[in-house]
Design a protein around this ligand. Structure first.
Ligand code: HEC
Length: 243
């Protein structure tokens, strides 16, 4: 009995040693190859050979189609390199959100904080943690969205153009945010700009600009300025005169 135990011990030790030192890597006989080789599509894998494997995968939606219930894409295409015709034309594109509900405003703020605040800052002052007054890892100074003389009065359509296609050192956000999300963030930025400018009364400043602001903010500025004025100005949206 004792001998048997010793033999068993020796055999199992030998088996363990042999098993551990074996460099054989093949699986031997494949019992269920479809389990051994996953047919799942791995997102970051190359997908050139999917067709060969008889896997039908379309990386992109069919051209010209829009998901049910989704907002139409930004109507103006991207400028060709060195051209700015469409960038200028984008000033005329109205924000489909004339105003944000409380829930939408909250969501817009959330999206801004996730996607933009890292560079433009939670106060929209262009000094987010990535830039950090020039000490951060991001070398280009993000625009101060509320104090930059051009950006702080930029029409919403043009802001949306820049957010959709990118601008200079800033990348495009069309793949991070849906069209409606981009417009909501733009409205959030515009609301903050108006807030910073003291929630201008539509009747106070130059008529064209203030009408434009009344139309674009839907009377949502903190001063409640649009209440007595005609918000139909959205029909006569004009580019801002000072740009
Ligand atoms: C990685 C940093 C970074 C992030 C994130 C970022 N921006 Fe920018 N943004 C910049 C920089 C840098 C510029 C200045 C670009 C230039 O003029 O070269 C800029 C410029 C802008 C402008 C001015 C565009 C123009 O037409 O002059 C607007 C508006 C703007 N950003 C809005 C946003 C919004 C909204 C988001 C979030 C969806 C965002 N940015 C996210 C870095 C960033």
């Amino acid at each position: 009995m004792k001998k048997l135990l010793v033999i068993i011990l020796i055999v199992s030790a030998a088996a363990t040693w042999a098993g551990c030192s074996d460099v054989r890597r093949d699986r031997g006989r494949e019992y269920m190859p479809d389990m051994a080789y996953s047919r799942a599509y791995e997102t970051y894998d190359g997908h050139e050979d999917l067709k060969v494997k008889n896997i039908n995968y379309n990386a992109t939606p069919v051209a010209g189609t829009i998901k049910r219930g989704a907002m139409f894409p930004f109507p103006i295409p991207m400028d060709k390199e060195g051209d700015s015709t469409n960038y200028v034309a984008a000033r005329q594109v109205p924000n489909p959100f004339t105003t944000l509900t409380e829930g939408q405003a909250k969501e817009a703020e959330r999206l801004y904080l996730i996607n933009c605040a890292i560079c433009h800052g939670t106060a929209l002052d262009g000094n987010g943690p990535l830039y950090n007054g020039g000490n951060g890892p991001y070398p280009a100074a993000p625009k101060n969205l509320v104090a930059d003389p051009v950006v702080s009065v930029m029409p919403e359509g043009q802001i949306c153009y820049s957010v959709t296609y990118g601008k200079g050192q800033m990348g495009p956000y069309a793949s991070n945010l849906r069209t409606d999300q981009r417009w909501m963030v733009v409205k959030y930025v515009k609301m903050k700009q108006l807030e910073k400018q003291g929630g201008k009364e539509p009747s106070a400043g130059a008529p064209t600009q203030s009408q434009q602001q009344a139309a674009s903010s839907g009377g949502n500025q903190p001063g409640g300025g649009a209440s007595g004025d005609n918000p139909k100005a959205s029909g006569s949206r004009t580019p801002q005169p000072n740009q």
